[in-house]
Design a protein around this ligand. Structure first.
Ligand SMILES: C[S@@+](CC[C@H](N)C(=O)[O-])C[C@H]1O[C@@H](n2cnc3c(N)ncnc32)[C@H](O)[C@@H]1O
Length: 216
């Protein structure tokens, strides 16, 4: 028998708002999956530079949170080698289908919400998240969950292959002081969710916040 779907959360609750946000995310990215990589053909070197800051070693276990079409997966695999573990998680099945078609066998792919991961506590050495955090309404919840699955001393890279100001301009928006990716806002958020911010770079070319999992 097929599994019984979970009951919908009661309307108006935080769980219902979260479910609605995930549905909007899936709808947005489903239509963009096929052309996603072709839209950004020059991002490779910036991905490589960001992944290098994770300090991955052969045999490490790494999650690509919000992996999309899997642009980072070959680089993560190269860093951890054949004995390492690479997991890609995303809520949009269409993005994962492209990832599987382009990078079959490179990583274990999970259809999962990064705020509710089917992974054991402290089971990862590092998390890479490219272009993810600006899509998360409940950033605290996601960072807390990523901390849960990362071992103490493990690394987190929150990355965009474009800086905050340039991305805002691309979308015809202005940056506001409340932007959660801004270092003064991100630092306390990371501290409250189990991380220590090590560095935050925000140029026209890229945004990269590097953090370390602290002892729970
Ligand atoms: C801007 S795309 C980036 C994709 C890929 N990391 C890249 O850089 O090419 C954001 C991705 O995050 C995924 N996403 C958004 N919210 C998510 C969540 N709560 N859990 C897992 N994935 C999520 C989307 O489905 C989408 O594939």
């Amino acid at each position: 028998m097929p599994p019984t779907p979970a009951p919908a959360p009661p309307p108006g609750t935080p769980d219902a708002e979260h479910a609605a946000e995930l549905a909007r995310t899936r709808a947005f990215f489903a239509t963009r999956a096929a052309d996603w990589d072709a839209k950004f053909p020059d991002d490779g070197p910036r991905f490589a530079a960001a992944i290098a800051t994770l300090g991955l070693r052969p045999g490490d276990r790494v999650l690509d949170a919000g992996c999309g079409t899997g642009r980072a997966l070959p680089l993560l695999r190269a860093a951890v080698g054949p004995e390492g573990r690479v997991i890609g998680a995303d809520v949009t099945p269409e993005m994962l289908r492209v990832a599987d078609a382009r990078h079959h066998g490179t990583a274990a792919l999970l259809t999962a919400d990064c705020a509710r991961l089917p992974l054991a506590d402290a089971s990862l050495d590092a998390v890479f998240a490219a272009g993810l955090i600006s899509h998360l309404g409940d950033l605290d919840g996601a960072l807390r969950e990523l901390a849960r699955v990362t071992r103490p001393g493990g690394a987190l890279a929150l990355f965009q292959p474009i800086g905050r100001a340039a991305l805002a301009a691309r979308h015809g928006r202005e940056l506001t002081p409340e932007d959660r990716r801004a270092e003064p806002n991100l630092r306390p958020l990371l501290t409250a969710t189990g991380w220590r911010l090590e560095s935050c770079t925000d140029t026209d070319e890229l945004y990269l916040a590097r953090a370390t999992r602290v002892n729970p």
